[in-house]
Ligand binder design. Structure first.
Ligand code: SF4
Ligand code: SF4
Length: 443
């Protein structure tokens, strides 16, 4: 939830204007502008809330924040600079509206799974027809409006990960008909049904938009790895965008509508845990949803304790069964901001990678530094996102890794773009994909 009222005023007052955040803010380090660092942005939001600025002219400054939390981590006063920026954006939307482009993206596409799915389907068809001669492994480089350099976008899949109804993936293969029917009709699992399949555990998988529509291969890998560790995976129907892109843009109305839909979709099933394989979605489930008021907030707080990042669940809850086949590959790891600075997830993915036989892990410099994606930040500020990304790619390339591994599909997309742009012969992969590749070697 965005800070507001007294809580926002108190948070703003905590800033003593020491300027320490200037040493770590990736945007400030590129632009050198005071309005591009937490100290400057906090001051602007203060003037906005006091009515001393109208706000229209603030759009640029506030949209150029990654929400990476580097300032919060560095700040001696513990000021939540990213949260103050979010509050400023929400205030701007209240005063001046959202603008037609953002309204179209957040309300018309991200908030409507049918529209999103249809657009990806059409895009996939257009790619296959218009770009039939482009090699599949090269990615597609397009110069988008307003961008200085072409951007690599992934080949769009013919179909999203999620089928129309609820899907269940069982470790032992197919479920018996009665259990499957109960699940696909949205019934809660009773004790009798559990006895029939006897998986070691049962989880719900919240896929997120990027995995569902752009990278179903990541979702399939997540399901496969969980199955191989004795876990039955249910992918509930009716889940939708986690809402963080809309919340980040100040569109709280859309974000709250999506939160309510997701809480409802996930409440229909009994399971041990809810698994998330996207750092952004994890922040929604662990931080934003539980901060809601009323009954929705209560429900979200109950559910949050059962929400795990994929790597956390494998290392903290399960006794992870490492693959037996050897995967001869050198890899490095990029920490998504919402994992490392938001949830302190750092050792878990490394523990999993180091458990893979034959795999050589080499730490890169500044592994926790933002890759420059930050969701829609890279849509509205691509040239800046490129500059931030180039430093990440330089650090990754210095390790000589054949794959840059990470725990967020958004980072996968931006890392792939950077590797392609800088002609570094390495792939960007999600952690689940690497583990699945290793299991495949067992065959
Ligand atoms: S946000 Fe924190 S680090 Fe930055 S100027 Fe304010 S008190 Fe200092
Ligand atoms: S959240 Fe990141 S980009 Fe935004 S002000 Fe803080 S350090 Fe800078």
């Amino acid at each position: 939830m965005a800070l507001s009222g007294e809580a926002l005023a108190v948070e703003i007052m905590k800033c003593v204007r020491c300027g320490q955040c200037r040493a770590v803010c990736p945007v400030f380090l590129e632009s050198g502008a005071e309005t591009d660092v937490a100290r400057g942005r906090i001051f602007l939001v203060k003037l906005l809330m006091e009515g001393r600025l109208d706000g229209k002219d603030l759009d640029g400054a506030l949209s150029r924040c990654l929400g990476c939390k580097s300032c919060f981590q560095e700040c001696p006063s513990g000021v939540k600079g990213d949260q103050i920026v979010l509050a400023g954006r929400a205030e701007m939307v209240l005063r001046h509206g959202l603008g037609w482009m953002k309204r179209g993206l957040y309300r018309g596409v991200l908030g409507r799974p049918k529209v999103f799915g249809a657009m990806v389907g059409l895009g996939s068809l257009a790619q296959r027809v218009a770009l039939a001669r482009v090699p599949r492994d090269s990615g597609i480089r397009l110069r988008l409006p307003g961008n200085r350099v072409p951007r690599t976008i992934p080949w769009l899949p013919r179909r999203p990960l999620r089928p129309k109804g609820t899907a269940t993936y069982s470790p032992g293969g197919e479920l018996d008909q009665e259990t499957r029917s109960a699940l696909t009709q949205g019934a809660r699992m009773g004790p009798g049904a559990e006895g029939k399949t006897a998986p070691r555990r049962r989880v719900l998988y919240f896929t997120g938009c990027l995995t569902n529509y752009l990278y179903p291969r990541i979702g399939r890998a997540v399901i496969d790895v969980l199955n191989r560790n004795g876990v039955e995976v249910i992918v509930p129907a009716d889940q939708t965008c986690c809402g963080l892109p809309a919340r980040g843009a100040g569109d709280l109305e859309t974000a709250d509508r999506l939160m309510a839909a997701n809480l409802e979709a996930m409440s229909r099933y009994e399971a041990d845990a809810i698994i998330v394989s996207c750092a952004t979605c994890l922040t929604s489930w662990k931080e934003d949803y539980p901060a809601a008021g009323g009954t929705l907030g209560e429900r979200a707080r109950d559910m949050a304790a059962k929400v795990y990042d994929f790597s956390q669940y494998l290392t903290e809850v399960l006794e992870f069964q490492p693959p037996e086949g050897a995967l001869a590959m050198r890899v490095t790891y990029h920490d998504p901001c919402h994992h490392f600075k938001g949830m302190q997830i750092k050792k878990e993915p490394r523990k999993l990678l180091k458990a893979v036989p034959g795999l050589e892990f080499k730490e890169m410099a500044e592994a926790e530094r933002c890759c420059g994606f930050a969701g829609s930040f890279s849509v509205w500020n691509y040239d800046l996102a490129v500059k931030i990304n180039d430093r990440k790619i330089k650090n990754a390339a210095a390790t000589g890794a054949e794959a840059v591994v990470t725990g967020c599909p958004g980072c996968v997309m931006h890392l792939a773009d950077g590797l392609n742009r800088n002609q570094v012969p390495a792939r960007a992969l999600h952690l689940a994909e690497v583990l699945e590749m290793a299991y495949q070697k067992e065959k």
